[in-house]
Design a protein around this ligand. Structure first.
Ligand code: SF4
Length: 419
């Protein structure tokens, strides 16, 4: 099958062998991959004592098998130099598909495939490496492995709970969203506020008679009206108190690190999670540390102004949003099956989440201003879960996002944490 892949603009990447992906991600494997690894006959003498696999889940979620982790959290196949033993001994194609693909993500878009990237990889965040154009041949090979047979038959994500469009028209909405983020004449926070506003109007539109060029016209009219009517950013109200509660609970989920230890900790782990949820709901006292990079600091400290954002923030986060939008990495099968409008609300919330986490990183080192390193670190932490942690697709998480959108809090949070 001839396959056309659309690569995101602006993004470079090469692996710099940090080994981070092999420490922070659970690698789920198919029965075929398990059989292939068993045939590789690993021994303790090679540094792989076993067990190699962990079974997870139950009858209600389905049983899944993942690679086991070492005591320090690294994959059972990770060597002391941070390299993969399977890759070293049998070559790259012998690894599980999830490892071969990372940090790429491939999503069908009609008869072609769009490529996105995961910003949990620090080299993606810092845009280090070869251009994706230079890797096009390899990416086509990977896309062929990932996109299911008949992927060109897949329908586009829904626009909203009640509206559907075919691929050409769905792509018009996506192009309008990308154009909003490409407009560097408006500060990034302003583009986010505008995008949330017009996308929310898209969710209320009746598309029964809107097709083809009329979709472009609708998007243009909404974009223009929102741009003309948007108040100056310093006149945008503070987030509501309920919006802040929901936002803190969201931040707690983004800030979590589910290590092997957490997964094994049973009731004590659940009790700890409950206490954490209560602390984040109250939002007073000290923020419980959810992973070692975060130190306990007062919640109130994170609400103070941290001054102007580092100059690099615009480039890093504009690139992030455009890669996720162009790669359809925010709705449909790439994001828990949610429609375009709701998926974009979730994506837009990553902006204030990143700024909140960046403040926490800075405050953990007793600083009151952010650096580009804080922004990059916070983005890598946030994107680790976005679209991949089961809880983000749960009804409670989704209703939290919808509630914040309905109350107009997403734009307000973006402005509040930009100051
Ligand atoms: S199998 Fe290899 S590439 Fe995959 S997580 Fe383990 S060490 Fe990393």
């Amino acid at each position: 099958m001839a396959i056309t892949v659309h690569l995101p603009t602006l993004q470079n990447w090469s692996c710099h062998n940090c080994g981070g992906c092999c420490r922070q991600h659970a690698i789920y494997i198919t029965p075929e991959e398990r059989a292939r690894i068993e045939q590789q006959e690993w021994t303790a003498a090679e540094g792989v004592p076993g067990p190699l696999f962990v079974k997870e889940g139950g009858w209600f979620r389905g049983r899944r098998t993942r690679l086991a982790h070492q005591a320090d959290g690294g994959c059972v196949f990770l060597d002391e130099k941070g390299l993969c033993r399977i890759h070293a001994k049998f070559g790259e194609p012998a690894k599980p598909l999830a490892c071969r693909i990372y940090p790429y993500a491939f999503h069908p878009s009609g008869k072609s495939v769009v490529v996105s990237l995961r910003y949990s990889c620090p080299s993606v965040v810092s845009n280090r490496g070869a251009t994706l154009k230079a890797q096009e041949k390899d990416l086509k090979e990977l896309a062929r492995l990932v996109v299911p047979e008949g992927g060109d038959q897949m329908r586009p994500p829904a626009v909203s709970e009640s509206a559907h469009l075919e691929w050409p028209d769905f792509r018009r909405l996506v192009a309008g969203l990308d154009a909003t983020f490409a407009d560097r004449g408006v500060p990034l926070v302003g583009r986010i506020v505008q995008a949330v506003e017009w996308v929310t109007h898209i969710g209320q539109a009746n598309f029964d008679k809107i097709r083809g060029d009329r979709v472009d016209e609708l998007v243009d009219v909404l974009r223009q009206a929102v741009a003309e009517q948007m108040p100056p950013l310093d006149r945008i109200a503070e987030p509501s108190s309920l919006g802040r509660v929901n936002f803190r609970l969201l931040c707690a989920q983004y800030a979590r690190k589910d290590t092997e230890l957490d997964l094994r900790s049973g009731w004590s782990g659940r009790w700890r999670l409950l206490r954490t949820a209560l602390a984040f709901t109250r939002g007073t006292g000290t923020v419980p540390s959810l992973q070692p990079v975060f130190r306990p600091v007062p919640f109130s400290q994170l609400e103070n102004s941290f001054g102007p954002l580092p100059a690099e923030t615009d480039e890093i986060l504009t690139r992030y949003f455009r890669v996720k939008i162009q790669g359809l990495h925010f709705c449909g099968p790439a994001y828990y099956g949610v429609p375009f409008v709701e998926g974009f609300w979730s994506l837009a919330l990553v902006y204030p989440v990143v700024l909140w986490l960046a403040r926490w990183l800075a405050a953990s080192e007793s600083r009151t201003a952010l650096t580009a390193v804080d922004i990059e670190g916070a983005l890598a932490i946030a994107d680790h879960h976005h679209g991949y942690a089961d809880i983000f697709g749960s009804s409670s998480f989704r209703s939290r996002v919808r509630f914040m959108a309905q109350k107009g809090d997403i734009g307000k949070l973006a402005v509040w944490y930009s100051r």
